[in-house]
Design a protein around this ligand. Sequence first.
Ligand SMILES: O=C(O)CCC(=O)C(=O)O
Length: 275
Amino acid sequence: MTQFPFDAEDQWAEDGYIVLRGLLPLTRLAELKQRIAARIIGDPVPNLAGDVDAAILNSFRRDTKCHQLSFYELGPSAFEIIFCQPVIAIATRLLGAEVELNPTQHVRVKLPTRLYQETVGRADPDVVPWHQDAFAKDPAPHLCDMVTFWVPLVSVHRVNGTIAVFPGSHREGPIKHDRTGIVCGLPAGRPRWITAEPGDVVVFHKHLVHGSTANDSLSLRWSIDFRVQAKGAFSGRDDAPNIPLPTEEPYCRTSLLLSWLAQQRAACGLLEGSK
Ligand SMILES: O=C(O)CCC(=O)C(=O)O
């Protein structure tokens, strides 16, 4: 069973986020990265054992939309990370015994900002302005009892545009956001850029003010993020269902996988009757 490090609860209360080190298996993360690369470049990909970043950067030079992709395209490799025992154990520790997967999930392959600007000639869309996740969806999502899991697939640091947080800002509660979803006025204190390695998981409070800065390196910054909420909490979305996370064995992984794929297809507006 995954244990919290002895000081994690204090840090959660004080700072509104924790970085859990070495929690996820590197083989699974590498598989996921391969799968993402294959989807971006286009299946089948003859040999991704080489320089995956170079292959994606070249494909971006040919087609500047190619780095956009959705979670549901990733299939079991992403599923194995979201629905793993350590994630469920942390979620239940922070939110209570019964938890659900919120439909908002992202795969982010963040391009070097210089390449983006030179190729597309406008501001880099992968820079995420300061916000609280509780406000990411209207209406009134601040009612949602939720935590965010942010999972780097490469080493992340300030230069390659890791996430940055205002430690303790969750204690200010909901802060007004403008119509574009940016906080109106920054919280007290200074931002902290999170340094993390593949295998680490950053977990943060729904009211933690965070964002991410430009990728000033020459390589890609890879991450995924997803949200878990208390059972019955409002997800902020009516276009896709929440999925109850199993906290006890046995359960059927195949039916859970199918529910998750359906959730993500609905979230992308790909199911009949969904928006
Ligand atoms: O990964 C990023 O660049 C931003 C992540 C973020 O804002 C989030 O997960 O809510």
